[in-house]
Design a protein around this ligand. Structure first.
Ligand SMILES: O=C(O)CCC(=O)C(=O)O
Length: 282
């Protein structure tokens, strides 16, 4: 990791998560600071910062150091990338995020990363968990790894919209829905990270519906096994938010889960970065 004065990186578990201290993300970062944070995200999958009271523009500027912010697929068409997303709508948001997932893998080029900042929190609950998909892959037996290498899976928004009931139908009915949602795409089950070259498990309970090369019952059984596998405490962590905490994660190497155990308002500011088309092992 490059050296930057007066900052520190404290690893939170052996497989995922690190707390970065000494950064003020309201101001423009130096190239060395950007390099330091980028490397920490690559090494730990998700990094956290305390006390970052950012305006939408500052949040947008911070994230822009690492890629190109893009509008959320679920956002209103008029929304700009730097507009905050309120996660206070319990009926809608809890049902989308209380499942282990990688963000919006139903699109051809799922987001590279996501930044999430706590604006308003409930008195208790509302933690978020992350799980390392490198560690999840590494923990599989060699025979299982060989079996999964080279398989592909469908990631689809369709069953998920159905799960949302009326809210899903409304989203699906939006004039731009086919274009925005892409509806479904096929990705490798094992993804080779474009920057680290490491292999990561790339199926998730949020959006993955079917392994293409298997019979339906085989696919369902293998996906069930993998969805349970990523939940292991051996490779996940849980973050208890404080107001103005900011998390920034690599969607290519981690999954996350928002714990739906709260009542009242929970408002988060969120920006996602343009990703690329996932590539499997050669
Ligand atoms: O609100 C959270 O804690 C996480 C929400 C989520 O799943 C996401 O930002 O993709």
């Amino acid at each position: 990791m490059s050296e930057v004065a007066n900052v520190s990186c404290q690893q939170l578990t052996s497989s995922v998560g690190a707390l970065l201290d000494g950064f003020d993300l309201r101001r423009a970062l130096t190239p060395d600071e950007v390099k330091y944070i980028r490397q920490a995200v690559l090494d730990h999958g998700v990094v956290f910062f305390h006390e970052q009271d950012l305006t939408n523009e500052q949040m947008h500027a911070f994230v822009s150091n690492f890629g190109v912010p893009v509008p959320e697929p679920f956002a209103e068409p008029s929304m700009r990338p730097q507009d905050p997303v309120s996660a206070s709508d319990l009926g809608k948001t809890k049902r989308t995020t209380a499942v282990w997932h990688t963000d919006t893998t139903f699109v051809p080029d799922p987001p590279l990363g996501t930044a999430l900042r706590a604006v308003k929190l409930p008195p208790v609950g509302g933690d978020t968990c992350w799980s390392s998909m490198y560690a999840a892959y590494d923990a599989l037996s060699e025979r299982m790894q060989q079996f999964l290498d080279g398989l592909t899976a469908v990631h689809s928004i369709v069953p998920v919209l159905a799960r949302f009931g009326a809210a899903g139908a409304a989203l699906d009915g939006r004039a731009d829905s086919a274009q925005v949602f892409g509806r479904q795409n096929v990705h490798p089950v094992i993804r080779v990270h474009p920057e680290t070259g490491r292999k990561a498990l790339f199926v998730n309970e949020g959006w993955t519906t079917r392994i293409v090369e298997l019979e339906e019952a085989e696919s369902a059984a293998v996906l069930r096994l993998l969805f349970e596998h990523v939940k292991s405490p051996d490779f996940n962590m849980r973050w208890k938010w404080k107001p103005n905490d900011l998390a920034f994660w690599d969607n290519r190497s981690v999954q996350h889960y928002a714990v739906p155990d709260y009542t009242g308002e929970r408002v988060m500011q969120r920006v996602v970065l343009q990703g690329d088309v996932p590539v499997g092992p050669k």
